[in-house]
Design a protein around this ligand. Structure first.
Ligand SMILES: C[S@@+](CC[C@H](N)C(=O)[O-])C[C@H]1O[C@@H](n2cnc3c(N)ncnc32)[C@H](O)[C@@H]1O
Length: 192
């Protein structure tokens, strides 16, 4: 079946059982990925970065729908390997996965961003991604502050979509354009 036609059940079945089980908590639902991607590309964005790409679900769905270059950055190597395998399986040439801490990336190389509450794992241990997961409030707040600083330095017109969380990482220079999915999905644009 084509990636573009898959519903959540079919998409999640591409993953090993352990990874599939985490989908309800950690991976973006298909309908959310599509809404996010269409907004991010609406400003003619050529390069989109998923900040904490997990098992690649948002990136794979986005890359199957648009010509824009989609990049995922993810700190867990096993998730990067799964994502890369699926990118090859579906022959997606406009997709790349980087194994790194998202704070190490130069955000200036991208013009739109997707952020699914990636730092929540430092304050909430529900459906832990691995055994090492610990609550670390200080780390959580330092990550939010670092990300916010990086968003502040981006040019006017930059678009961000956030999914879940309080969006405290979004600086005041970004306008909330709209929201959906019971306010969990928020669409932002830098206006000053
Ligand atoms: C909620 S999942 C979202 C996955 C993916 N964006 C999706 O929507 O399907 C968040 C991911 O962010 C990753 N993550 C958390 N902190 C990170 C960091 N500092 N640098 C890179 N990845 C990070 C986690 O390992 C996890 O895979």
């Amino acid at each position: 079946m084509e990636l573009r036609e898959m519903k959540d059940e079919e998409f999640d079945s591409l993953y090993p059982v352990k990874i599939k089980k985490l989908s309800g908590t950690h991976w973006t639902p298909v309908d959310v990925a599509k809404k996010a991607m269409f907004f991010l590309c609406g400003a003619e964005s050529k390069s989109i970065l998923d900040l904490g790409s997990g098992a690649g679900k948002f990136c794979l769905i986005a890359a199957a729908h648009v010509d824009a270059k989609i990049t995922g950055v993810e700190q867990r190597e096993n998730l990067i390997q799964i994502s890369r395998k699926l990118a090859v399986k579906f022959q997606l040439q406009n997709l790349e996965f980087i194994h790194d801490d998202l704070n190490n990336l130069d955000f200036g190389a991208f013009d739109a961003f997707y952020f699914f509450n990636s730092f929540e794992e430092n304050i909430n241990l529900k459906d832990k991604l691995d055994k090492e997961n610990r609550v670390d409030l200080e780390l959580y707040h330092s990550y939010i502050a670092l990300l916010s600083e990086k968003f502040k330095r981006l040019p006017v017109g930059t678009r961000i979509v956030t999914y879940c969380g309080e969006a405290t990482e979004i600086p005041a220079s970004y306008l909330l354009i709209k929201s959906s999915n019971k306010d969990k999905l928020r669409f932002w644009e830098k206006v000053e």
